[in-house]
Design a protein around this ligand. Structure first.
Ligand SMILES: [Zn+2]
Length: 161
């Protein structure tokens, strides 16, 4: 299984306007039939109310010498949006798992239990902020596939996940 990943654009995905360093961009992550898609749009072409959008954030295109801003809030937002999805397919489960690993490294989530039911491993995670607990499925993936997905997700989020 592979994601279809659109590389982050140098131009608005809708109107084609160039997105040069220093300009405003609205980036979003959406699921389509072919996979997870990262889209960059100019502020005038920002989508509103699309149910497929799992996460979006406004940013300024960094100039080559600039460090990207902290992506933790958008990781949390993406994780929460995905968690709220009614039906998780295997691809979304893998995404959720990768986001959970990243948030665990940031000490925003802490693993407090692991259990097996019907051949599926679940992790119970506690949020650092309000102490609420969430359950996620541990996907059945090889380390190689996980690493490939991690690299793709990191590129899409402008963040090391
Ligand atoms: Zn545009």
């Amino acid at each position: 299984m592979a994601w279809t990943v659109n590389k982050q654009g140098k131009a608005c995905a809708v109107c084609g306007k160039e997105l040069a360093g220093g300009s405003e961009v609205v980036s979003s992550l959406e699921y389509s039939e072919t996979g997870l898609i990262r889209l960059d749009r100019c502020p005038g072409c920002h989508p509103s109310g699309s149910e497929k959008v799992f996460s979006f954030w406004r940013r300024t295109v960094p100039k080559p010498e600039e460090k990207p801003p902290d992506a933790t809030p958008r990781l949390k937002q993406f994780f929460d949006n995905l968690l709220a999805t009614e039906r998780l397919d295997p691809m979304k489960e893998k995404t959720l798992f990768l986001l959970a690993l990243a948030l665990m490294r940031k000490r925003i989530l802490k693993q407090i239990a692991s259990n097996h039911a019907d051949g599926v491993e679940h992790w119970t995670l506690r949020r650092a902020g309000d102490g609420t607990e969430v359950q996620i499925v541990v996907p059945n993936v090889s380390p190689n596939e996980l690493e490939a997905l991690r690299a793709q997700l990191a590129a899409m989020l402008d963040f090391e996940v």
